[in-house]
Design a binder for this molecule. Structure first.
Ligand code: IMP
Length: 199
């Protein structure tokens, strides 16, 4: 079982990005820190939504791991659905152009919705999603994000449940990727700028 003190080394992968521990500049959040905070968030949400039977909408692919852990900390009746939206590809900056690649499987009309996001950066993606969800006649909509990078915000968005604030660095792991890689790292780390040609 890898921990922050025992580096996790994935096997070599095909493709033009070969993730390795050496690509990580520093570990920001250990698996233990993440687990503790996710449990707190789950307890808070379970308390706030008692009797409301909320539907969690996890935004693929980045929130897949966070939502899997968060949902297991929810102690009230709830359901889970997924949306997939276009990502940065191999860019590290948001284009602001958001496309729905996979829509919800079930209607959310009259439901209490909690959008589950990996990270709020410029806020453009979340802004789009909030508009999209509000247009479906929901009872309410809130946002739970593992990470918040408030220094890069381009549009005002309200995030109700935040796991951690992170500095203006490109982070990977625990679901977050660069060019689809590093999602399997069990911690959140800062990617070396040399890997993506930044700084
Ligand atoms: P925004 O539209 O700029 O807020 O970007 C939101 C999405 O961009 C997130 O859901 C992530 O998928 C991706 N993203 C933003 N910052 C990072 C990062 O530091 N690492 C990995 N993905 C990121």
């Amino acid at each position: 079982m890898p921990t922050s003190s025992q580096p996790f080394r994935p096997h070599s992968l095909d493709g033009d990005v070969h993730p390795s521990e050496a690509d990580v500049e520093s570990i920001l959040l250990s698996p233990e820190q993440i687990a503790t905070r996710v449990a707190e968030m789950g307890a808070q949400i379970s308390h706030d939504y008692e009797g409301k039977d909320p539907v969690f909408i996890a935004v693929l692919v980045g929130a897949a791991i966070f939502s899997a852990d968060l949902l297991r900390q929810i102690t009230i009746p709830c359901s889970l659905d997924f949306m997939a939206i276009s990502s940065y590809g191999k860019e590290t900056r948001s284009s602001g152009v958001v496309r729905v690649m996979k829509d919800l499987d079930e209607s959310i009309e009259s439901r209490h919705v909690i959008i589950v996001e990996d990270i709020i950066d410029t806020g453009l993606t979340l802004n789009y999603l909030l508009d999209n969800i509000r247009n479906r006649n929901v009872a309410s909509v809130r946002v739970a994000a593992l990470l918040d990078k408030p220094s890069r915000r381009l549009t005002k968005v309200d995030v109700d449940y935040i796991g951690f604030e992170v500095p203006d660095e490109f982070v990977i792991g625990y679901g977050l990727d660069f060019a689809q890689r590093y999602r399997n790292f069990p911690y959140v780390g800062v990617l070396r700028p040399e890997v993506y040609g930044g700084k």
